[in-house]
Design a protein around this ligand. Structure first.
Ligand SMILES: NC(=O)c1ccc[n+]([C@@H]2O[C@H](COP(=O)([O-])OP(=O)(O)OC[C@H]3O[C@@H](n4cnc5c(N)ncnc54)[C@H](O)[C@@H]3O)[C@@H](O)[C@H]2O)c1
Length: 334
């Protein structure tokens, strides 16, 4: 049984990922400083294949103990100060956590010989696009416009280009589309979740930049992406970067509201002008869970078959999850 370490596993993305890893037969250790509490872990607490260690990744001595006392086959690194506003407000902590400690950890994993490392990066690395009608792919220029994205880019560059490549080590970066959907540790600061909650609670939406394009991806597909990398041959994923999302899952904010409104009609108004259009086309060429005709051959090489994983569609998900959003929103009363 492979043993996977997930840092930041008590968070929005991680708490769903832990469950999926356990379901798929992995043994899982979560390290987290429980910045947002640990309720998201309660129902897996007694799973015999699950272990939790409360530890701050910035406490290198304590983290060294975690590494000395365990043997891991892979690490999925999620622990971070997440999002532009949080990084702006806690810039020193963000530098320390998202860059210095993440770099220190990567060096440490290589030194002790953990074979696989998967990093949670972001489509924000691409920044604003000169031509809003074009698409970006993994080879597009990176132009981060926030500290959050700058630190992601800096670490990615280090991991992919600056460390001495070692054939026993397989680091991969996944540039995720903007996440949404239900999770045991709910985040309502994410656009789809925020809009759905506010419409569910009958509030008026004031939307800035209604024509602003972004790619979206359900939090469950984040888990699929991580597990796909763990299962892929090393020569396909080592020292490689993949966009995660689906070409058909690009939406403007106006389109999001229209999708959500199909579920419940309330008032909303658009406001402000579109500061920039960003339209990305994540294609994740080598990984078999994304849509797109060009995937077929690569998929054969990866998994020996052309069957590909289903990508969740935003409109269908909103329909099926709407009532749960309402329950979560009312429970959290935010
Ligand atoms: N679309 C995107 O671009 C996108 C979207 C969401 C998340 N992400 C990435 O995925 C990862 C997880 O994001 P999330 O939405 O689950 O965020 P989150 O804030 O819900 O989770 C982060 C977790 O990390 C933990 N953590 C923070 N600092 C820590 C530290 N110093 N030591 C130990 N644990 C620490 C927190 O307690 C929390 O449980 C992040 O790296 C984030 O950048 C990318």
């Amino acid at each position: 049984m492979e043993h996977v370490l997930v840092t930041g596993g008590a968070g929005y993305v991680g708490s769903g990922l832990l469950r999926e890893l356990l379901f798929q037969g992995y043994s899982v250790t979560c390290v987290d400083n429980l910045m947002f509490g640990g309720e998201s872990l309660l129902d897996i607490w007694h799973n015999e294949n699950f272990n939790f260690i409360k530890c701050d990744v910035n406490d290198w001595a304590a983290f060294n103990d975690v590494l000395s006392n365990n043997k891991f086959d892979a690490v999925i690194h999620l622990a971070a100060i997440v999002g532009d506003p949080a990084c702006r407000m806690q810039s020193e902590l963000a530098e320390q956590t998202n860059w210095e400690s993440t770099k220190w950890l990567l060096d440490k994993y290589m030194e002790i010989g953990i074979p696989k490392f998967v990093f949670a990066s972001t489509c924000s690395n691409y920044g604003k696009m000169d031509d809003p009608e074009s698409y970006v792919d993994e080879d597009s220029v990176l132009a981060p416009v926030s500290l959050y994205a700058e630190l992601k880019v800096k670490f990615e560059q280090y991991m992919l280009n600056e460390i001495d490549k070692n054939s026993n080590f397989s680091p991969t970066s996944l540039r995720f589309s903007t996440v949404y959907g239900l999770s045991p540790r709910m985040r309502f600061d994410l656009t789809v979740n925020e809009f759905t909650k506010d419409l569910a609670l009958g509030r008026e939406l004031i939307i800035f930049g209604e024509k602003f394009w972004r790619p979206y991806c359900h939090v469950k597909d984040f888990s699929n992406a991580f597990i796909t990398v763990l299962r892929s041959p090393k020569d396909k994923v080592a020292y490689n970067v993949f966009n995660v999302g689906d070409t058909s899952e690009n939406y403007t904010k106006q389109m999001l509201v229209e999708e959500i409104q199909k579920e419940k009609i309330t008032t909303y108004s658009f406001n402000g002008s579109s500061l920039c259009h960003m339209r990305t086309m994540p294609h994740g060429i080598d990984i078999g869970f994304l849509k797109g005709a060009m995937l077929e051959d690569k998929l054969k090489q990866l998994h020996g078959e052309t069957k590909r994983m289903r990508v969740l569609s935003l409109s269908k998900l909103i329909e099926s999850e709407f009532d749960y959003y309402l329950v979560q929103a009312l429970t959290l009363n935010k």
